[in-house]
Design a protein around this ligand. Structure first.
Ligand SMILES: [Zn+2]
Length: 166
């Protein structure tokens, strides 16, 4: 058993020190100072928790709660806006998951359907005029020239700044 598995087993060891499943952790604790420190800290935390007393609820707590529940049940139902607002404020986003999954599935179906329709169609070859072709060629050549200039700048800069390493 290594330190990681031992420290994962420490709570079980603390709750039931004599259990046969904890023998490996007990054996590791005898030889490992770091895990011993961890075990002692955990033990003192548990001891502190044992001394803690949960506060008692106030008198008439149950009666007050029952009255509140009856009042809420008797109250007129909230409007749709109020219900939507409380749902958005206090939601755990769990209730929206089915709707979200449905929306995603719909998007997939619509997207897939559109793609299938487009694949089924035969595209007519796009006719480009000679002027557009010339402009595209000029654009490409300009890009090539810019790239060449950059390369030349970079390599000359390297030549100047390079110092032989001895
Ligand atoms: Zn250890």
């Amino acid at each position: 058993m290594n330190c990681k598995t031992c420290q994962a087993a420490l709570p079980d060891l603390l709750l039931d020190p004599t259990a046969p499943g904890n023998s490996a952790a007990r054996a590791h604790l005898k030889g490992c100072a770091a895990c011993n420190v961890e075990f002692t800290a955990l033990q003192s935390t548990f001891d502190l928790l044992d001394t803690w007393n949960a506060p008692e609820p106030s008198a008439y707590f149950d009666q007050k709660l029952a009255v509140r529940i009856r009042e809420e049940q008797a109250a007129p139902p909230a409007g749709w806006f109020e219900r939507l607002r409380s749902r958005l404020l206090f939601n755990t986003s769990r209730q929206f998951r089915p709707a979200f999954a449905g929306a995603m599935a719909l998007a997939l179906i619509v997207g897939g359907g559109t793609t299938a329709i487009n694949v089924g169609r035969t595209h007519a070859p796009v006719q480009t005029s000679a002027t557009v072709k010339d402009l595209q060629t000029l654009d490409k050549e300009d890009l090539v020239l810019q790239t060449m200039d950059q390369l030349l700048d970079d390599s000359s800069g390297e030549d100047d700044g390079a110092t032989p390493v001895t």
